[in-house]
Design a protein around this ligand. Structure first.
Ligand SMILES: Cc1cc2nc3c(=O)[nH]c(=O)nc-3n(C[C@H](O)[C@H](O)[C@H](O)COP(=O)(O)OP(=O)(O)OC[C@H]3O[C@@H](n4cnc5c(N)ncnc54)[C@H](O)[C@@H]3O)c2cc1C
Length: 370
């Protein structure tokens, strides 16, 4: 039922305009308000905080269906739910949850989550953004880069240094509301794909926030962030799966319609075998993604499993999008057919929330420890 509802929503609110947003790099705010009305901006948030109170299987299905049509909408929805909202849900106290979750879950407010900086992506422990205690306040200075909703987010969870460089207990998480003096949006990135999902810098200049905006204990921020990413990676696996399926379904349909040498190109084994490889990899990616979603629902440790799902599904989305362009031939290289956009969007999946190389680090550490 959720799948069908999201499918209908995407057909009505996203399909007619997604290429226009992509071309102009426009962030479609109204889509996220509408997603809020549908309950998709607080999928995992309990009903007592204004959310839908659903689990990870439903969450995966919703992201997948959005991403089959437009990866940008899938990415923004995933970042809002898993990162900003997810961090407050997992580590906020009761007062903080009551303060921010209802606004985020309803889609009234859009969330951002800032870990990455210009010089620290994979190597987040070297972050320079600093928070200094000043009585019952903290003063934030520095910048966060590559942040989904870095300009449009109404509220951001920000990871800042409160201790020594490279100390995993030297980072703390804070919530900063838009409009707080000293907090501003910076450069918006001009991207290869996911162009309708806003990616921008967040700047903090003597930004003063109350201690009541601190999430959890001083020094717990890095460990919190790694746990948030464990769940977030399931959403990037779902995003990847949606793109892979979208590319595959478009290519399958086209292969039966396009004729060369007096017959549909799907009659050629070279094309049929591409479809077989795509279908097989998609099913394997789906099983890994659903396995990690199921484990997460059961409260199990998904560190290795979500890294495996994210790593495999993201590489499958790149594989399938590449093969889809090939099956479309010259038409696949134009903006008149969907393959071209899947091909540009999919690459983000092997980079965001930890690159494929970093997923392999996580997986190999778990495998070697066992
Ligand atoms: C569209 C988009 C949206 C994003 N949204 C957010 C967001 O909302 N919030 C946020 O905090 N961040 C966000 N990011 C940032 C993203 O998480 C980082 O880009 C990512 O973690 C990689 O960091 P980096 O770009 O600095 O690459 P680098 O860390 O510089 O990596 C460059 C290359 O080196 C490799 N590499 C690095 N270290 C190692 C190692 N130890 N072993 C092997 N290989 C290694 C990487 O795999 C990669 O191939 C977003 C990025 C994009 C593109």
């Amino acid at each position: 039922m959720i799948r069908q509802t999201v499918r209908d929503f995407a057909d009505k609110h996203i399909r007619p305009d997604f290429m226009t947003w992509d071309e102009s790099q426009e962030f479609p705010h109204h889509v996220f308000k509408a997603l809020g009305e549908l309950g998709l901006m607080g999928v995992l948030v309990p009903e007592s905080y204004g959310g839908s109170g659903l689990g990870y299987i439903e969450y995966v299905a919703a992201i997948e269906e959005l991403s089959k049509v437009c990866g940008s909408v899938g990415l923004s929805m995933a970042a809002h739910n898993s990162l900003c909202t997810g961090h407050i849900l997992q580590f906020g106290n009761e007062e903080q949850k009551m303060r921010w979750l209802p606004k985020l879950a309803s889609g009234e407010w859009l969330g951002a989550w800032g870990l990455t900086e210009a010089n620290t992506g994979s190597d987040a422990l070297r972050m320079k953004c600093v928070a200094q205690k000043d009585g019952d306040h903290w003063i934030l200075n520095g910048a966060k880069n590559w942040i989904t909703h870095g300009i449009s987010g109404n509220v951001a969870v920000v990871l800042a240094r409160t201790g020594e460089l490279l100390d995993s207990h030297g980072i703390t998480a804070f919530v900063v509301e838009r409009g707080t003096p000293g907090f501003s949006g910076g450069k918006k990135e001009n991207k290869l794909g996911m162009r309708a999902s806003e990616t921008a810098e967040m700047i903090f200049e003597d930004c003063r926030i109350p201690d009541s905006n601190r999430l959890g204990n001083v020094g717990d921020g890095f460990i919190q962030a790694m746990k948030v990413l464990d769940g977030g990676r399931i959403s990037i696996a779902a995003l990847s799966l949606g793109i892979a399926k979208g590319a595959y379904e478009a290519a399958l349909k086209y292969s039966k319609e396009r004729e060369q040498f007096g017959q549909p190109i799907s009659n050629f084994q070279a094309i049929a075998f591409k479809l077989a490889d795509m279908a097989t990899r998609i099913e394997a990616a789906e099983l890994l993604t659903l396995q990690s979603a199921d484990m997460k629902n059961k409260g199990l440790n998904v560190n290795k499993q979500s890294a495996m799902a994210k790593y495999y599904a993201s590489e499958v989305s790149v594989y399938c999008s590449n093969e889809a362009v090939q099956i479309f031939g010259g038409y696949g290289y134009t903006k008149d057919f969907p393959a071209e956009k899947f091909y540009r969007d999919c690459k983000l999946c092997t980079i965001g929330e930890g690159t494929s190389e970093i997923q392999k680090l996580v997986i190999s550490r778990a495998v070697l420890k066992a």
